[in-house]
Design a protein around this ligand. Structure first.
Ligand code: ATP
Ligand code: MG
Length: 203
């Protein structure tokens, strides 16, 4: 296989690479041995008596990609708000793996547990380069000084390069994110979510 072919294969968007998979968790917190990584059971949410969600059950398996479609007002956003902690359901339970009870966690804790959310409108830093956007997403220490001045390690640079290839933005890496097309911004934002090493400890 030529180098070009290899690169093309590598950049296929339908492929999930090992380095982008969350680290396997052995500490028993994120337990997916029974299959589902996300459980929603009997979820009901009402707004002033109007039931936006009515006894919703949803199970998503580890590694599964699921699309939720529905008419305007069907409750899709409300469901995402429940999973990410923005809205508390009136009843039901939400578990990440077997043990992490998302209803007992606030939004930042849920994000730290490894549940990322991408909104309809891309939210990238428009005045920074594509590369810098990924670099910022990668920083685990969000304090200002280390973010601005710490050098990237070799593995961090590799993670950025590999992500750039996967999201198809290698050639655009030095361009400002604000100059990208809408679709490219979406890919950049997906890359920014994927590059963050999720911590499934739930702390
Ligand atoms: N904060 C709120 N207060 C009152 N009613 C709300 C609130 N949020 C959502 N609703 C209502 O709950 C229902 C579900 O809304 P939701 O936004 O979850 O639907 P959706 O499936 O995301 O729709 P869309 O396809 O338009 O994004 C709608 O009838 C909506 O008007
Ligand atoms: Mg919506």
């Amino acid at each position: 296989m030529s180098f070009l072919e290899k690169t093309r294969t590598f950049a296929r968007r339908d492929k999930v690479y090992d380095f982008l998979m969350p680290e396997p968790v052995f500490d028993d917190n994120l337990d997916t041995r029974h299959g589902p990584i996300l459980y929603l059971e009997d979820i009901s949410v009402s707004f002033d008596g109007f039931k936006a969600l009515n006894n919703l059950n949803l199970y998503i398996n580890d590694g599964e990609m699921r699309c939720i479609i529905g008419a305007n007002g069907a409750g899709k956003t409300t469901m995402m708000d429940v999973i990410t902690g923005k809205t508390r359901p009136d009843s039901g339970s939400v578990f990440f793996g077997q043990r992490i009870d998302l209803l007992r966690m606030d939004e930042p804790a849920i994000a730290r547990a490894g549940i990322g959310r991408k909104f309809q409108k891309p939210t990238v830093f428009e005045t920074l380069s594509v590369y810098a956007n990924l670099e910022l997403a990668l920083r685990t220490d969000k304090r200002v000084w280390p973010t601005l001045f710490a050098q990237l390690s070799g593995p961090q640079k590799e993670a950025i390069d590999e992500t750039l290839l996967m999201i198809g933005l290698m050639e655009q890496r030095h361009r400002l994110a604000g100059e990208l097309s809408h679709g490219q911004k979406q890919w950049l934002e997906i890359g920014m979510l994927l590059i963050q090493q999720p911590d499934a400890s739930g702390n």
